[in-house]
Design a protein around this ligand. Structure first.
Ligand code: NAD
Length: 360
């Protein structure tokens, strides 16, 4: 089955205010997304119901958003809702998506949408079997510097993409303990799947369809987390020409991301961290023609910028029956790319990547 067949299964929604139920009420991501609604599309969404395995969290969110607190899934699925926002530890996403879709609700599904092949299959079968719409919460398309880089790279005068070179540095201090789902393969699919999915999506967003994946990885002898790659280098070729090279280091002594996008008619340098900037070089080799800078804390302010842009994009697509800007197809692709990277590391071979065809 081809993905574009699946994404035609939209239904018209004439409501001008979307009734949203929160499945998972943590006051981090869920709070930021609700703040994004208020900042990006005020009056377009009403939170009607809140459910969390932790009853206190459900009650707190319900009181914050003037919604019904639900202390069971059964009660939650009986509430007045158009969309269920699923924001849980990743290993629960696919199975929860299936039950919620089966109950007839459209879904905003946080990333990553799957952590293993079984989940992947479940997500695809769910979107195929039930006539629901699903938006996937991949975020770098809305996050600066990535959003600005993509906007510049897509300018008509930028020319052909030649290369993307990205470095993602963190740890070892930023690595979380073994009880945290973020760094447990069986709960998140590891950093490459649950966190780097943003970047894998962004590279595809700029470069288009990916044709091959070649990667190597290394685990330090003394690394706390022996189960996933600490040092990773992965190269991706694009169908339309050009290549992306991605380096992940989970054993660096800094926490930052930076890189360069090289196009036929311009070069873009960017960084995300204490100093977040985008510099565009066109006419002067040692001085940027355009410089964009953001405050070090701009990404930490709930509801501003990226969350507002993301929620506004989702709400606009939902209310106006447009295809979901970040789709199940996009979410599955990031899983497939992470899997191809690991396959290449294990086999020492280049992996041919066919992203258009999925088996259901
Ligand atoms: N798009 C982004 O930029 C972004 C940013 C942060 C987190 N996320 C994603 O959001 C999701 C949640 O992240 P988080 O940091 O808030 O996680 P978290 O572990 O802090 O919160 C998860 C919430 O789910 C609840 N929960 C756990 N099991 C449950 C169950 N069986 N039924 C109902 N509720 C249950 C917990 O009580 C908790 O409130 C993750 O998938 C993460 O990848 C996305």
């Amino acid at each position: 089955m081809k993905f574009n067949k699946m994404i035609q299964t939209q239904k018209t929604n004439s409501n001008q205010c979307i009734r949203v139920g929160l499945y998972g009420c943590n006051m981090y991501r869920t709070r930021d997304l609700v703040a994004g609604i208020h900042a990006g599309c005020p009056g377009k969404v009403k939170i009607t119901a809140c459910f969390d395995i932790d009853k206190e969290k459900a009650s707190f969110a319900a009181s914050e958003y003037d919604a019904v607190a639900c202390h069971s899934e059964e009660m939650f699925l009986k509430q007045e809702m158009d969309v269920v926002l699923i924001c849980l530890p990743p290993y629960l996403h696919a199975q929860t998506f299936e039950r919620v879709a089966k109950a007839g609700f459209d879904v905003y599904l946080e990333k990553p949408i799957c952590i293993n092949d079984e989940d992947r299959q479940r997500v695809l079968e769910t979107i195929s079997n039930y006539n629901v719409r699903c938006y996937v919460g991949i975020s770098y398309r809305y996050t600066n510097p990535f959003a600005k880089v993509a906007e510049i790279a897509r300018r008509p005068d930028a020319g052909q993409l030649i290369g993307i070179h990205h470095h993602w540095l963190q740890g070892p201090g930023t690595m979380q303990g073994p009880t945290n789902w973020r760094h447990r393969m069986e709960q998140s699919g590891g950093q490459l799947n649950h966190h780097c999915c943003h970047l894998l999506d962004w590279m595809h967003w700029i470069g288009g369809p990916i044709t091959t994946v070649t990667a190597t990885s290394h685990v330090h002898d003394q690394a706390v987390l022996q189960h996933e790659e600490q040092e990773l280098s992965a190269a991706f070729t694009f169908e339309q020409g050009g290549m992306a090279v991605f380096n992940l280091s989970q054993h660096a002594h800094t926490n930052s991301q930076f890189g360069m996008v090289h196009l036929q008619n311009l070069a873009i340098h960017y960084a995300w961290g204490k100093d977040t900037y985008v510099k565009v070089y066109k006419t002067r080799q040692r001085a940027a023609d355009e410089i964009y800078e953001w405050d070090a804390t701009s990404g930490n302010d709930p509801g501003t910028q990226r969350d507002a842009m993301q929620m506004a994009d989702f709400v606009d697509a939902y209310l106006n029956d447009k295809p979901m800007p970040c789709s199940v197809e996009d979410g599955v692709r990031t899983y497939d790319l992470a899997k191809a990277v690991r396959l290449s590391c294990e086999s020492g071979r280049r992996i041919v990547f066919n992203e258009l065809v999925v088996e259901v």
